[in-house]
Design a protein around this ligand. Structure first.
Ligand code: ZN
Length: 256
């Protein structure tokens, strides 16, 4: 049996403490609802971390021991320490998978990895969302039909300030008329990144089975298969090289 995929679900965990509506939907926090939906699967080992933990719960060996990091943040992006963002970025480049959810489009780690504004249009008005499956052969969409719907959600609309995705997995239609690239992937270094749009905190989105299935599929797709930390080595030649006469000349003249 292969080793379990080690998943860390990171939650900002602030709305749940201040907004009774969010607390009623997610009594243990949104991150715990997402984690619970993953824990029933024997190939996964799941832990959680939150903003107010020391080092945001990502210190010590946590990142090294994480194959896929799931990220939900919203109103406290600015409180995430740059040093932690740098470590997460390095770990993604070395091979860790990263799944960024909903308002995480403005998380420091997502903006760092994308290099663009990551801005969008938004509206909280109980739109219906229909997510069209653009990639029925992709691992992330297995078990889904041609589309699925979320009865009420916040609207996100184009233009979405992301670099052109490597793969476009979902496009959403909203009842107010907008469309949005709601599922997209990018390779960054040795790591895989998946952005998945649904999940505004005042709706029961993470209790919905199709949403849970997409996140489960994405975890399996994005799992780290290598861990190759960045280096930039001076490298000896593998073959005997011809002597560079000019370099030898420069060397005897004291130039470089
Ligand atoms: Zn939202």
């Amino acid at each position: 049996m292969s080793l379990p995929i080690r998943v860390t679900v990171w939650g900002e965990y602030r709305h749940e403490k201040t907004n009774p509506k969010v607390a009623a939907l997610y009594p243990e926090g949104m991150h715990e609802t997402i984690a619970a939906s993953l824990r029933g699967h024997g190939d996964l080992s799941v832990r959680t971390a939150v903003l107010d933990d020391p080092e945001h719960g990502l210190g010590g060996t946590v990142l090294e021991e994480t194959d896929v990091l799931i990220w939900w943040g919203h109103k406290a992006h600015a409180e995430v320490k740059d040093e932690v963002v740098r470590k997460v970025q390095q770990r993604v480049l070395a091979g860790m998978g990263l799944i960024v959810l909903h308002s995480g489009h403005y998380a420091k780690i997502f903006k760092t990895l994308m290099g663009t504004t990551c801005s969008l249009k938004w509206r909280e008005a109980n739109d219906k969302e229909r997510l069209w499956n653009l990639a029925p052969s992709h691992p992330i969409t297995q078990g889904l039909g041609e589309y699925f719907e979320i009865a009420s959600e916040e609207m996100y609309g184009e233009p979405f300030g992301i670099p052109t995705p490597d793969e476009l997995i979902f496009v959403s239609w909203f009842s107010g008329g907008e469309v949005f690239r709601s599922g997209a992937t990018w390779q960054r270094g040795h790591g895989r990144v998946f952005y998945f749009r649904p999940g505004h905190e005042t709706y029961p989105t993470y209790h919905q089975k199709e949403v849970q299935l997409v996140i489960l599929n994405a975890v399996r797709w994005a799992r780290a298969t290598v861990n190759i930390p960045d280096t930039c080595p001076n490298s000896p030649a593998l073959e005997k090289l011809p002597v560079d006469e000019q370099a030898a000349e420069r060397s005897t003249q004291g130039h470089r």
